[in-house]
Design a protein around this ligand. Structure first.
Ligand code: NAP
Length: 240
């Protein structure tokens, strides 16, 4: 196989690129939304391809032997475009994704399908909102709620009436998450079911504090060959 295109934006994508680098000519593709992303060695390209057609054109124009979609489980557009473009160009595609979090004993989760339903489900006054800046608009109507908003990037605007913003990048640990929630007298957590270890500490902290978690379910993606760990992704790439 020649080049390996990794669709990134996650810690797993960076770890995969590092692990694959000696054996494959790796190009990591980033949406370009994070100003100072963690970067692996190797080639980096930033910015959208211009839809599925643009990605198909990129695959035809470059020496891409395979694509690994290691985007975030909520990055629906990119994952859909990868399927369409790889089907059109017959370039093999693999999805590398973390298993979703599942309820543990002591968890008090309210399952919702999207950010709008998460906003409607809030039944307290002080909420830790960890869905990322993309979804803030869904919470704008909740002027009766104060939000602790955490994001990696500084937002261009925050469409909320009452909030405090903190900037931080994971991984986070449970003791610090517990202290943060105590300090801000948080009464409920809103989270996407991202899966993985880097941001799980807030879920464990909410459990320990006896707080409800409004958990936004993963979007359903079209079928694609999928693995959950980096070694399995490398095995797949080696097998081509
Ligand atoms: P999205 O809605 O699926 O994608 C929107 C558009 O952004 C895509 O159509 C594509 O533009 C471009 N894009 C996304 N990922 C790209 C990549 N790896 N390389 C090149 N272009 C990319 O994605 P999103 O939810 O906005 O996420 C954007 C990035 O942030 C992704 O890399 C994702 O892994 C990461 N991320 C997302 C979340 C989340 O909650 N959604 C959380 C953490 C990290 P074109 O159509 O022009 O190609």
């Amino acid at each position: 196989m020649t080049g390996l295109l990794i669709l990134g934006g996650t810690g797993e994508a960076v770890a995969l690129a590092r692990a694959a680098a000696p054996a494959f000519a790796v190009t990591m593709s980033l949406a370009g939304v994070t100003r100072a992303p963690v970067l692996p060695p190797g080639e980096i390209r930033r910015g959208g391809f211009g839809g599925a057609g643009g990605l198909a054109a990129y695959l035809r124009a470059h020496d891409v032997g395979a694509v690994i979609d290691a985007t975030h489980p909520f990055a629906v557009e990119m994952s859909r475009n990868a399927i369409t473009a790889c089907t059109q160009t017959t370039v093999p595609l693999l999805r590398l994704t973390r298993p979703a979090w599942t309820r543990q004993a002591g968890d008090d989760w309210v399952d919702v399908p999207d950010a709008e339903r998460a906003a409607a489900s809030i039944a307290v006054e002080r909420v830790f909102l960890t869905t990322g800046l993309r979804d803030l608009d869904a919470f704008a109507a909740r002027g009766d709620v104060w939000f602790l908003v955490r994001s990696i990037e500084p937002p261009a605007r925050v469409p909320l009436a009452h909030y405090t913003l903190i900037q931080a990048r994971g991984p986070f640990d449970e003791a610090a998450e517990t202290a943060l929630m105590r300090h801000h007298r948080i009464e409920a957590l809103v989270a996407k079911n991202s899966g993985g270890g880097a941001t799980y500490a807030k879920i464990a902290a909410a459990r320990a504090l006896g707080l409800p978690v409004i958990m936004i379910a993963r979007p359903v993606l079209p079928e694609a060959k999928t693995v959950n760990d980096i070694e399995a992704a490398l095995d797949w790439a080696r097998s081509l």
